[in-house]
Design a protein around this ligand. Structure first.
Ligand code: FES
Length: 328
C-alpha cells in the first residue's frame, strides 16, 4: 500500500437499520477530530484472520446523513454500514459482531468515487450501495444542487436509513422495492425519463451496475458521465480452479487455491503489491504479466489492455492457462 495513515478507532454505537445491515459509529480513542473525507470515500478496516495470521483489509464507504456537516473539514465520528454476507470471507461477520467499546484498526479515508460538480445528478443505489450515495446526496442538498436519488432493494424493509434520507432529500428520494410491482425499479423507464449524458452515479450489486451502464450506453451516454462503484469485493466464480504463479524476479512459484484470489495468495507470501478496492475498479493492483493467459475480471483495464495480455488486476482476475508468470 501507499503509506496509508493508520488509525485506531473505538466503536461507540452499533445499530441494525435492517435485519441484514448494521450501522457502526467509530470515534478516535482520545476523542480527537478524525481526518475529513469527500462524499464517496471509504475506510479500510483490518479484519483479524481467524487463524491468527495476517489481517485482511475490507473497504466500507463512509455514510453522511447530515447536509449541515462538512465532512471535508474533519469529523468527530465515522459511520459505516455493513451488510451481512453469510457466504463471504468473514469481514462482514466480524463487523456484525462488533459492540460498543471494541477497537478497530483502519486506514484513513480515500476516495475513488468522487462526485463532480455538474448541475443535475442522477444517483442510483442498490441495497447497501446506498452508503456512498447518502454522502453524495447530503452534499448535493447542502449545495442546493439538483439531484434525484433512486434507492432500490428487495423490499421496503430491506432499505436502510430511509427516514434520515427522507429528512433532507424529501421528494428527491424515490424508493423502489422488487416485491412491489408499483415501485419496482425499471432502469429503462428511469433512463428514458433522464437527459442523455446527465451524470449518473450508481452503486450496488454488479448486476444492477452492469444493467445501468448498458442501458445508458445504449441510449447514447458517454462513459465520462457514468460513475460507479461495486459495494462488495468480487466473489470467486463457481468452477474456479487453482493455478500456479511464478514471480519472475525471484523465481518463486506459488499456488493460488480455487477459493482464494491471486492478490490474497501474493499477500500471504509477503509479496509487495499495492491494492485498495479489491474489486477490480481502482487500478492500484495492476501487475505486469510475462507469460500465461489471463482471465480478466476487472472493470479498470481498457479492452485494448485486456486484449494485449500484458497486464492484469490481481485482486479479481485469474488464469486460464494453469500458470502465470508475473513481473513482481
Ligand atoms: S485493488 Fe483495485 S483494481 Fe485491484
Amino acid at each position: 500500500m501507499l503509506a496509508p495513515t493508520l488509525l485506531t478507532l473505538r466503536v461507540v454505537a452499533v445499530d441494525a437499520p435492517t435485519s441484514l445491515i448494521k450501522s457502526v459509529i467509530l470515534e478516535a480513542q482520545d476523542d480527537a477530530l478524525l481526518p475529513g473525507y469527500e462524499p464517496g470515500a471509504h475506510l479500510q478496516v483490518a479484519i483479524p484472520s481467524a487463524d491468527g495470521g495476517v489481517s485482511q483489509w475490507r473497504s466500507y464507504s463512509l455514510i453522511n446523513l447530515d447536509p449541515a456537516v462538512d465532512t471535508r473539514a474533519g469529523v468527530t465520528a465515522y459511520r459505516l454500514g455493513i451488510r451481512r454476507e453469510d457466504d463471504g470471507r468473514g469481514g462482514s461477520r466480524h463487523m456484525h459482531a462488533l459492540k460498543a467499546g471494541d477497537t478497530l484498526s483502519v486506514r484513513a479515508p480515500v476516495n475513488h468515487f468522487p462526485l463532480a460538480a455538474p448541475p443535475s445528478v442522477l444517483l442510483i443505489a442498490g441495497g447497501i450501495g446506498i452508503t456512498p450515495m447518502a454522502a453524495m446526496a447530503a452534499e448535493l442538498s447542502a449545495q442546493k444542487r439538483d439531484y434525484a436519488l433512486h434507492f432500490s432493494g428487495r423490499s421496503r424493509d430491506a432499505l436502510p436509513f430511509v427516514d434520515e434520507l427522507r429528512g433532507f432529500a424529501g421528494e428527491r428520494l424515490v424508493l423502489h422495492a422488487d416485491d412491489d410491482p408499483a415501485t419496482r425499479l425499471s432502469i429503462d423507464a428511469l433512463l428514458d425519463g433522464a437527459q442523455v449524458n446527465q451524470p449518473i452515479y450508481v452503486c450496488g450489486p454488479a448486476g444492477m451496475i452492469d444493467a445501468v451502464l448498458a442501458a445508458a450506453r445504449q441510449r447514447g451516454w458517454h462513459d465520462c458521465d457514468l460513475h460507479y462503484e461495486l459495494f462488495t469485493e468480487t466473489a470467486p466464480h463457481a468452477g474456479d480452479t487453482a493455478f500456479e504463479v511464478e514471480l519472475k524476479p525471484s523465481g518463486k512459484v506459488l499456488t493460488v487455491p480455487a477459493d482464494q484470489s491471486l492478490l490474497d495468495t501474493l499477500l500471504d507470501h509477503g509479496a509487495d503489491v499495492m491494492y485498495d478496492c479489491r474489486a477490480g475498479y481502482c487500478g492500484l493492483c495492476s501487475t505486469r504479466v510475462c507469460e500465461g493467459e489471463i482471465d480478466h475480471r476487472d472493470t479498470y483495464l481498457s479492452d485494448a489492455d485486456k486484449a494485449g495480455g500484458k497486464v492484469m488486476q490481481v485482486c479479481v482476475s485469474r488464469c486460464r492457462s494453469g500458470r502465470l508468470v508475473l513481473d513482481l
